[in-house]
Design a protein. Structure first.
Length: 98
């Protein structure tokens, strides 16, 4: 197990000190950047009282995105299974030829 590294992450103008795996640093920073970009986008497109409103909107957006990504992963898995079955059928047909 690798040593955890400390990083400072800014979300909605607040700094959070986290300890993460070194290989996760880029993903964590990109995720924080995406959250901040979405907050800015929601602030310009929707009325809200405070940052908490925008954080809630971002949370709902992320949850919806994860659901969509899970559906795509299941679809990709099913497609992969179908391709394997077709390849097996083709291989069997080629083996049966004289």
């Amino acid at each position: 197990m690798s040593e955890l590294i400390p990083v400072n992450i800014v979300v909605a103008d607040r700094t959070y000190r986290l300890k993460i795996e070194p290989e996760d640093e880029e993903m964590v920073r990109k995720t924080a950047n995406t959250i901040n970009e979405k907050i800015t986008e929601f602030k310009s497109n929707f009325a809200g009282k405070d940052t908490q409103d925008y954080l809630a909107m971002v949370l709902l957006w992320f949850a919806t995105e994860q659901k969509d990504n899970a559906k795509l992963a299941l679809l990709a898995d099913e497609t992969s299974k179908q391709i394997k079955e077709m390849a097996q059928t083709i291989d069997k047909a080629l083996e049966d030829q004289p």
